[in-house]
Design a protein. Structure first.
Lengths: 113, 115
């Protein structure tokens, strides 16, 4: 049983499409995160959920819409994306408020045509 | 402006020798530091961490050193093995807001261990 599972692993979509990324964690964690990694750039934190409540939104455009129905599942809904949104999207989870590391999924490679 | 910097995009080391990866930070509020390893097509994997109350933490072949006055940390891998070839990310966090810590990542160093 893997710790953090992301689906799909690859996604190609047009700018007018609507799609969703899914993340599921089986680690009993209570915080979940979305990160974006563009080529040659550091991981950028997008959203933080703690006990299903969104606690951070790092100035992310509204075309990205997160949803956290419970502590084990996290979604990122995508609509009207731009070519510069092509990147690797990583989900992570952690047990807070302890000083424990975040555990990452393998990511979704998103390409916007 | 990047708060966590890894100034060496790549490093090559001979198998069996020591690998030293470096990381600098600017935010004096950071009190928890981590190293992650990433293989292609996989997510980052946690390696080792250190709290600001310590200056060294060791786990097998991996040791992290923290120099708070210089705002510098380093990861030592000894002996290096070909399987250690990966991108290594340094990350840092400070006091949590909203009860969940935010990590700030460096841009990574590609380590290649030559057989």
């Amino acid at each position: 049983e893997t710790g953090v599972t992301q689906t799909p692993r690859h996604l190609v979509m047009g700018m007018t499409n609507k799609k969703s990324l899914k993340c599921e964690q089986h680690l009993g964690h209570n915080a979940m995160y979305w990160y974006k990694q563009s080529a040659k750039k550091p991981l950028e934190l997008m959203f933080v959920y703690n006990f299903k409540e969104q606690t951070e939104n790092n100035s992310v455009p509204s075309r990205f819409s997160p949803e956290c129905p419970n502590s084990s599942h996290l979604f990122l809904h995508l609509h009207t994306l731009q070519p510069e949104d092509s990147a690797l999207y990583l989900c992570a989870s952690s047990l807070e408020p302890l000083n424990q590391p975040q555990h990452f999924g393998d990511g979704t490679r998103l390409s916007i045509l | 402006d990047q708060q966590v910097k890894q100034n060496s995009p790549s490093l090559s080391v001979q198998e069996g020798r020591i690998s030293i990866l470096n990381c600098d930070y600017t935010n004096s509020m950071f009190d928890y530091f981590l190293w992650y390893k990433k293989y292609p097509a996989e997510g980052p994997t946690f390696l080792i961490s250190i709290s600001s109350i310590k200056d060294k933490n060791e786990d097998g072949r991996f040791t992290v050193f923290l120099n708070k006055s210089a705002k510098h940390l380093s990861l030592h891998i000894v002996p290096s093995q070909p399987g250690d070839s990966a991108v290594y990310f340094c990350a840092a966090s400070g006091e949590s807001t909203g009860s969940a810590r935010q990590l700030t990542f460096g841009s990574g160093t590609q380590l290649t261990v030559l057989p």
